[in-house]
Design a protein around this ligand. Sequence first.
Ligand code: GLA
Length: 330
Amino acid sequence: MINNAQVFVLESKKLRVSITNYGAHILRVEMLNRNGKWSDCVLGYETLEDYKKYDGYVGATIGRACNRIKDGRFTLHGKNYQLGLNDGDKSLHGGIHGFDKRMFVASIYDEGMLQLQYRSVDGEEGYPGTVDVIITYRTFDDTLSVTYDAVSNKDTLVNLTNHSYFNLSDTSNQLKNHTLQIQAHEFAEIDENLITTGNFIPVADTLFDFRKPQEIYQQLQKNHPQKERAKGIDHHYNFSTSTNQVVLDYPPLKRRLIVSTSMPGAQIYTANFLDKRWFRNNKEFGFRDAICIETQAISNSINFSEGLEVILRAFEPYHEWTNYRFESYE
Ligand code: GLA
């Protein structure tokens, strides 16, 4: 049983968002359409028990460090650290008990704002330093904003994201008719274990090119050795602009999600490992039926560069944000 898990609802003129303090999951995002109807834009389960039972990190907050770290190992100031291994010999999304499985405490809550706090103690999942994290959710007009603040008492790694699965069509149709635009000229190469190598591949002339809006489903019919590795797109893109970096559009219903973030990139994941399961309202979604836009600093960089983007220095503030704007257009 999950103890003390609560559901918090945020409302603005055009958005209704539900969040739980268990793993700081975004449970539900409903947007107001021009026709006055509300529609669900993210995948979510019916019960909190399902969130505990299933893999896939549906709607979860991911920490301390998102995505895969090779062998779950890194060296910081000459000291070796071994992280919890939960994906073969890799550490994925914070390890065995990442932030997605932790109970947060709600410190501020009103109709338009929720603040969730969590203290990750020194040594948790192998990471050094005690880190205090505050995640703030706000809704205003058609925008959900998520702000991540953290501070550590020792130098450590922090790379936080949210793992919501978006689908603007309300149907499990392999993202058919969804178009995607990503302001990025390059994406990060992955090895056979889906770990970033430190090499970057230009998107030009590949199925990974979303600099102009492209139909995701169509792009995924094309071939590329990097796509075969991940069974789809499961790659970090380095952004080339500082606002409106990702746009997901569903022209048949004239719904659009515009993502703006302070973060340098995003893991774009086309739900290639999502096996069929039941979500709320008796809807079944599975393989490639949704897309995650995990704004982040590139994972595993601690092992191939100086890892500057993911090292949080003792007593220095970590502050990042992502805005999700849900638009119903003419
Ligand atoms: C991330 C990873 C994927 C997969 C999902 C969770 O997006 O990059 O490979 O592990 O999380 O299922």
